[in-house]
Ligand binder design. Sequence first.
Ligand code: GLN
Length: 488
Amino acid sequence: MQDLRQLSIAEARAALGARQASAAEIAAAYYAAIESYDPAIHAYLSLSRERALRQAERLDRMAAAGEPLPPLAGAALGIKDVIAVKGERATCASRILENYIAPYDATVIARLEAAGALFLGKLNCDEFAMGSSNENSAYGPVRNPHDRERVPGGSSGGSAAAVAARTALATLGSDTGGSIRQPASFCGVVGLMPTYGRVSRYGLTAFGSSLDRIGPLARSVTDAAAILQVMAGADARDATSSKRPVPDYTGELAAARRQAGSRPLAGVRMGIVRESWREGLDREVEAAVKQALARFESLGCQTVEVSLPRLDAAIAIYYIIATAEASSNLARYDGVRYGYREPHAATLGEMYRRTRSGGFGPEVKRRILLGTYVLSAGYYDAYYRKAQQARTLLAQDFAAALAECDVLALPTSPTPAFRLGEKTGDPLAMYLADIYTVPASLAGLPGISLPCGKAQGLPVGLQLVGRHFEESLLLRLGQAFEQAGAAE
Ligand code: GLN
């Protein structure tokens, strides 16, 4: 039998159906890989063997009985530790939740398990998903499988690294300002951020509630689509989840594969954002992105130049709104309701203070302070309200650009993966590197990062941003791009 870790989601299901492999064997292959490779990468924070094996047994019984298998049967997934899996730890890579056990399943977890997925364990990330390098984890950084001296990106660093190291078939991450797309680009995998509201946030630990999304990281666009297919759709437990019907993403991709001629993307207008060729963009990243655009043209896309005139303001807008929302969301970690409590405190006030000062890491504290400041009485109008207004203008810029084209293309990150420690002393430099990902987050639009070559020997990502709820087009473009790349 071939290495079971080579199988795609569809292949894993087919192998189970044909009794060429069992789900228990697939799980065992991944756990063996985690044992061999994860100590050097540190993508996993905890393993959920018991639950994975229970699910594997269920699937193997179904296969033995000749029952039809659900769409994700045998898909061995890793889950970012900000998503609740009942009975498992959910630390959010923070000390303050070190011993916190999730009392329920996130909606995405319940749906994926019902669809046949099995959960290998919980993945490392930046504390409360705040960061771009995974160096803000209270449990130590994740290393990039392409170069262990480099960061995997963040905040879903463990989610990207596990896919790249093949210690999971695919993973779930969360994206507030780039945390799926940027680590996907640093680790050379596919990362999809769905439209805001497309996937339920119930069971996702809140960071910036108006920005947070759950999405898949995977080896291929087809695998990412299969996961989105199961997760997407209305949820009575998340009032911001959309009631729009969910398209048949996987069916559409299969149809596109069958029809593919030499110019499968004819008729698609791809907008190239003029302002993305800016200072700070690495020359080799720029070259890789331009080569990717040429491939899209050869597949039939018509490229048009468009403008996002306020791109430069996106970082400032994002770091006001995201920190404001974070300061409010993180007020609940007070030593009373969840997780860690400082035991030696004489008064209630002292208990709060010492719990939070010992429980949170420096970046989380920085954001609570910043967010509290921009929301405070004297500064609300100057910062928070202004940021909200600017957010609306940025969203309008996107709407205007997406009226001239069907999809936007831009780099995912200005540089490839940087070295561990390179930016930790300079938070502002770390924030500035989010320039290409935060705009689509603020506008609520879907985005995907596709591996598109190398810079300094390291993976580079091309980002596509679509109109609201047009994930189908992103996936179709991604699949065609991938197939053309494989044929080259
Ligand atoms: N790097 C951004 C931040 O630090 C995005 C994080 C995210 O998307 N969760 O806020």
